[in-house]
Design a protein around this ligand. Structure first.
Ligand code: GLN
Ligand code: MG
Ligand code: MG
Ligand code: MG
Length: 441
């Protein structure tokens, strides 16, 4: 648990660390890394480490491509998936311009701005994500390695040993795990992390994804966070439990409300509902993300909230007496292939907007929305999430709130990147078309 550069330098000596990986992410949440030797650390803490940002997605215009990575000492950890002898460590970095100002395209900076805005209102933002993933025989085709289902135990659950090694590795890196289980689809798994402040959690999510992939590789299997790898089976989500605390108390809790939810919590939910279409391109950023958001697979489609109903976008877990701190809401749309920094930023922004503007929360919808027809949906005023990446990108493009949260640079880059992806997909002639049309047309 390092607090500053001196602590890190001491730890590096004590554990005989050979290299330190400097980590940061691009706008899509791809992890970027370069290795630094211990002798460089002192100057890295003082002056940062320069790198060329021009080949990193969403990072710069060519003419201002010199970027500087400043390591965040508090994130120093020994990498549990690397050999323990002469170990490798990692630190997350903040990316700055050569003049020392924060780089506007750095996702950590975007999230920090939002959590600081929340802090000005007295709030600390806590998130608890549930990342689902598949284990396949290889990265070449989605071939399951077991036929297990929800909560199945070994021998049906063949990912058990992989999951155990993942959890041990996470724990060695100081990341507490709440529980883990086999998920609904064959070869699908979930490991739930203990909730934490958003910035710490976004770093943890990045680490989690590396650990899952590396441990799977050690077992000779391939782990993927692709949102919907198998047609006809559940996809992988990243439900995000969230709450706001003020002065150490849960600001979402109200003992006198029938749902035990405060007015702030209701407005927060209303904010998520109202802006969900605008932020969907961030929480669900791939063509494939929209193959998951269809009826019938426990993934949300409709803009509603409920207490028991898992077809709703937002679920409010039932209050357990005495568990005031656990009062929270669960947003079920995000998938684990999102950029966690930006995803937490846009969710918090939407919720805060709801509180600031005093949005009214629509009534809970406890019926299974997937069983409702067009007419019922209209009658209840229930809208839906974007049906495709294109629709989502256009919503993001038109959103003033999202432009404000992401900053003009990242907003424009993200929309542009997604429209290029859409165009590649739109013009591609697929297996589906050949099978369907060639024999008959
Ligand atoms: N896999 C489902 C999703 O796509 C969630 C299933 C569950 O956790 N009950 O969100
Ligand atoms: Mg779960
Ligand atoms: Mg799950
Ligand atoms: Mg859940």
């Amino acid at each position: 648990n390092c607090k500053n550069g001196d602590d890190v330098i001491r730890a590096v000596k004590e554990y005989n660390v050979s290299f330190i990986q400097f980590w940061f992410v691009d706008i899509l949440g791809n992890l970027k890394s370069f290795q630094v030797t211990p002798s460089e650390l002192e100057s890295a803490f003082e002056e940062g480490m320069g790198f060329d940002g021009s080949s990193i997605l969403g990072f710069t215009r060519i003419e201002e491509s010199d970027m500087v990575a400043f390591p965040d000492a508090t994130t120093f950890q020994i990498c549990a998936w690397r050999p323990m002898e002469r170990p490798v460590a990692r630190m997350f970095c903040d990316v700055r311009n050569p003049d020392g100002t924060p780089y506007e395209g750095d996702p950590r900076y975007i999230l920090r701005k939002l959590t600081e805005k929340a802090a000005q209102k007295g709030y600390t933002y806590y998130v608890g994500p549930e990342l689902e993933f598949f284990l396949f025989a290889s990265s070449q085709c989605p071939q399951p390695i077991d036929a297990g289902g929800y909560f199945d135990a070994p021998p049906l659950d063949l990912g058990n040993d992989v999951r155990r090694d993942i959890i041990f590795a996470l724990q060695r890196m100081g990341i507490p795990v709440e529980y883990s289980h086999h998920e609904v689809a064959p070869s699908q798994h979930e490991i739930d992390l203990r909730y934490n402040e958003a910035m710490k959690m976004a770093d943890v999510v990045m680490t989690y994804k590396v650990v899952v992939k590396e441990m799977a590789r050690k077992h000779g299997v391939y782990a993927t966070f692709m949102p919907k790898p198998i047609f006809g089976q559940n996809g992988s989500g990243m439900h995000v439990h969230q709450s706001l605390f003020r002065n150490g108390r849960n600001a979402f809790f109200d003992p006198n409300d029938p749902h035990h939810l405060s007015g702030e919590c209701r407005s927060y939910i209303a904010g998520l509902l109202k802006h969900a279409r605008e932020f969907c391109c961030v929480t669900n950023q791939w063509i494939n993300s929209y193959k998951r958001l269809v009826p019938g697979y426990e993934a949300p489609v409709y803009l509603a909230w409920a207490q028991r109903n898992r077809s709703a976008l937002i679920r409010v877990p039932m209050y357990k007496p005495g568990k005031e701190a656990a009062t929270r809401i669960e947003l079920r749309s995000p998938d684990p292939a999102c950029n966690p920094y930006l995803a937490f930023s846009v969710m918090l922004a939407a919720g805060l907007e709801g509180i600031e503007k005093g949005y009214e929360l629509p009534k809970a919808v406890e019926a299974n929305i997937f069983h409702m027809g067009e007419e019922d949906l209209t009658k209840h005023g229930i809208g839906s999430l974007p049906g495709s990446l294109y629709e989502a990108a256009m919503e993001l493009k038109g959103s003033a709130l999202m432009q404000e949260v992401l900053g003009e640079h990242t907003h424009a880059n993200l929309v542009g990147n997604k429209l290029i992806e859409w165009d590649a997909y739109r013009t591609h002639v697929s297996e589906f078309e050949l099978q369907r049309y060639l024999p008959v047309l």
